[in-house]
Design a protein around this ligand. Structure first.
Ligand code: 1HE
Length: 271
C-alpha cells in the first residue's frame, strides 16, 4: 500500500482507496454482489469523503467487476421497520451529500448496471463518464419500494421529472448513449476506457485553483436554484472573490505573458 493511502480512514473490505499524486481513487470492491451497497459501504463512502487528506484535490469513483452498482443491498431491506428505514435513507443522504458538497470534485466511471442506489450514488458525483456497457434503471418500482438515496432531488435536475417517472413507473432502462442524450453522463467512452479518462479529467480538475473548484461545486448549484436577481448578485460576489485570489492573479499574468496554455478546441497547447 503506498504511503499516502495510510491517511485514508479505515474502510470496509468492500471499498478500496488508493492515491495517485493529487488525486484519490475509491473503488466499490464487492463485485461478487455486483457492488450492491450495504450499510458498511455507505458509511465507508461517507467517512472517505468526509475525511479526505488535505492534499487530495480530486477523486475518481469506480466499481470493480462487470457492474458499477446493483444499488441498495436488498438483503438488508427486509430487516427494518419504518423508523429504521427513515434513518437508513437519511444515512444515504448524509453520505451522498459528503460527495456532492464535499471538499473536492468527484469523477465517476460508470459501466454495466448503474441501477437504483447505484444511480443515486452516481448522481451525487460531479462528472460522470459512461463506458458503452453502462445502463441505467430505477427498479424500485418493480420491487415495491421507493428511491431513498437522494434520487428524487438529484435525478429530476439531471434528466427531468417526467423521465424519472417513466423509469420508475415502467421499469424503462436507458443505455449509455441514451443516458448521455438525456443528461445522466457528460462523457461516453469505449469499454475499459473509463478509468483512464476519469484519471485524466481528475488530474486536470486538480490543477484548477481550489477557489474555482469550490465555486463550481458549492456556489453554481445554489445559484441555479435561486431567483435570477439573487443569482446574478451571488455570481458577481463569487467572481470578485475568485479574481481577488493571488493565485488567480498569477494565472492571469501567466496568460498575458504567454506562459499559460491557450484555450484551443480538442487539445491543450503548452506555451
Ligand atoms: C444483490 C443485489 C442487490 C445482486 N442486493 N444482493 N437493485 C436491483 O433491483 C438490482 C438487482 N440486481 C440485479 O438485477 C442483477 O444482480 C444485476 C443485473 C445487477 C446483475 O446480474 P448478474 O446476473 O450479473 O448477477 P446476479 O446473479 O443477479 O447477482 C450476483 C449476486 O449478487 C447474487 O448473490 P449470490 O449470493 O446468489 O451470488 C445476487 O443476489 C447479488 N445481488 N444485486 C443484494 N441489489 C437507498 S434506496 C435505493 C433503492 C435501490 O437501490 S432498489 C434497486 C435494487
Amino acid at each position: 500500500m503506498p504511503a499516502a493511502s495510510r491517511s485514508f480512514p479505515a474502510l470496509p473490505s468492500s471499498l478500496r482507496a488508493e492515491r495517485q499524486g493529487a488525486i484519490a481513487l475509491l473503488h466499490l470492491a464487492r463485485p461478487q454482489k455486483r457492488n450492491a451497497l450495504d450499510d458498511a459501504m455507505v458509511l465507508g463512502i461517507e467517512a472517505f469523503f468526509s475525511e479526505l487528506p488535505g492534499d487530495v484535490k480530486a477523486v475518481v469513483l469506480a466499481g470493480d467487476g462487470e457492474h458499477f452498482s446493483a444499488g441498495l443491498d436488498l438483503g438488508e431491506l427486509t430487516r427494518r421497520d419504518i423508523a429504521a428505514s427513515i434513518a437508513h435513507s437519511q444515512m444515504w443522504h448524509r453520505a451522498f451529500d459528503a460527495i456532492e458538497f464535499g471538499r473536492v470534485p468527484v469523477v465517476c466511471v460508470l459501466h454495466g448496471a448503474v441501477v437504483g442506489g447505484g444511480l443515486e450514488l452516481a448522481a451525487a458525483t460531479h462528472i460522470r463518464i459512461a463506458e458503452r456497457s453502462a445502463y441505467y434503471a430505477l427498479p424500485e418500482g418493480s420491487r415495491g419500494i421507493y428511491v431513498g438515496g437522494g434520487a428524487s432531488v438529484r435525478l429530476p435536475r439531471l434528466i427531468g421529472t417526467a423521465r424519472m417517472m417513466d423509469m420508475m413507473l415502467t421499469g424503462r432502462t436507458h443505455d449509455a448513449e441514451e443516458g448521455q442524450a438525456i443528461g445522466i453522463s457528460q462523457y461516453v467512452v469505449a469499454p475499459g476506457a473509463g478509468l483512464p479518462k476519469a484519471i485524466e479529467l481528475a488530474r486536470r480538475i486538480a490543477d484548477n485553483e481550489a477557489m474555482t473548484n469550490f465555486a463550481v461545486m458549492h456556489v453554481l448549484p445554489r445559484i441555479a436554484e435561486q431567483d435570477p436577481a439573487s443569482g446574478y448578485l451571488m455570481e458577481s460576489l463569487m467572481a470578485a472573490i475568485a479574481a481577488g485570489d493571488p493565485q488567480a492573479q498569477k494565472r492571469l499574468q501567466d496568460f498575458l505573458q504567454k506562459r499559460a496554455p491557450k484555450t484551443l478546441h480538442g487539445r491543450r497547447r503548452s506555451p
